[in-house]
Write a protein of this length. Structure first.
Length: 290
């Protein structure tokens, strides 16, 4: 370890002085420099390189489970424990998670739908159950609100919308985008909290027009919409908490990149056996077609 320290800093300090301060001989240091690297050390160096590559490609969002899975997909045989040990050795950590607050405007006179999911978040195929929620992001121009619609089968974000206003148009636009992208059939369950944006007449009529079945969480129970809230947790702890948005447009572009380029197409989901949502749906479609 002392030899490695000297090797790392020898361009900045005289080797002789460093050896003296570390109480080792110069001859020992130079012998160490020409000594062949052990197979284990060489393997660790190679693994460290691949770990850092995956870590940096995912902007520091991956911990040892996802990095190990990504490396195994690349043909590198390594366990999660070994990856975790090498990450600790090199001071590599996934981005720190922070708590976030969810707010819902549920005090209204609109009808409230029955909770059809009851925390059963299993779907057997795409476009069987959609879940939705709203969150907010701070920019130096003011608040920016985000509504997402997520397919419960693949965890894919099928529709989303952003606005500086927390009104019904936010959810209506996200839903219209999801319809345009998916062109689903009838009978889909649409689950959300009891917020006024989901309970208002305009949105209920839109659901009925396209033959969706509305479902809503129990009063004050955040666990009833846990999958949608889990997405917001990922968004904020992997992106938003590490950004300072000067404008709402900056935030829009950042969220667009996260959802469309990273989350839907690249990010590995433990719930999906470490597949991205797009890949999970592709594999399902191939299975059905076979």
């Amino acid at each position: 370890m002392k030899y490695q320290f000297i090797e790392k800093h020898r361009s900045a300090f005289a080797v002789e002085k460093m050896c003296r301060s570390l109480n080792i001989s110069k001859s020992g240091y130079y012998s160490w420099r020409v000594r062949p690297t052990s197979k284990r050390s060489a393997a660790n160096e190679k693994l460290d390189h691949h770990i850092r590559t995956v870590y940096e490609q995912n902007k520091g969002r991956y911990g040892s489970p996802r990095i190990a899975e990504a490396l195994n997909d690349q043909g590198l045989d390594c366990s999660e424990n070994r990856v975790a040990a090498r990450m600790r050795k090199n001071g590599i950590k996934a981005k720190t998670k922070k708590r976030f607050k969810v707010t819902t405007h549920a005090k209204h006179s609109h009808p409230v739908a029955e909770n059809l999911l009851n925390q059963d978040f299993a779907a057997q195929r795409p476009d069987q159950i959609w879940v939705s929620d709203i969150t907010y992001l701070w920019t130096r121009e003011g608040w920016l609100y985000l509504a997402v619609i997520l397919d419960l089968f693949s965890r894919k974000i099928v529709g989303w919308s952003m606005s500086h206003r927390l009104g019904q148009e936010l959810v209506l636009n996200a839903f219209q985008q999801a319809l345009w992208r998916r062109r689903p059939g009838s009978g889909i369950i649409f689950h959300s909290d009891r917020g006024v944006q989901y309970a208002c007449t305009a949105f209920r009529n839109l659901l009925q027009q396209h033959k969706f079945i509305q479902s809503m969480s129990g009063k004050g129970n955040c666990y009833d919409n846990a999958v949608a809230e889990s997405f917001f947790h990922s968004l904020k702890t992997e992106l938003v908490y590490f950004e300072t948005y000067e404008t709402r447009e900056d935030a829009r572009n950042s969220v667009f990149e996260y959802i469309e380029t990273y989350y839907n197409r690249t990010r590995l989901h433990s719930t999906l056996n470490y597949c991205s949502p797009v890949l999970f749906e592709q594999r399902w479609a191939n299975t059905i077609a076979a």
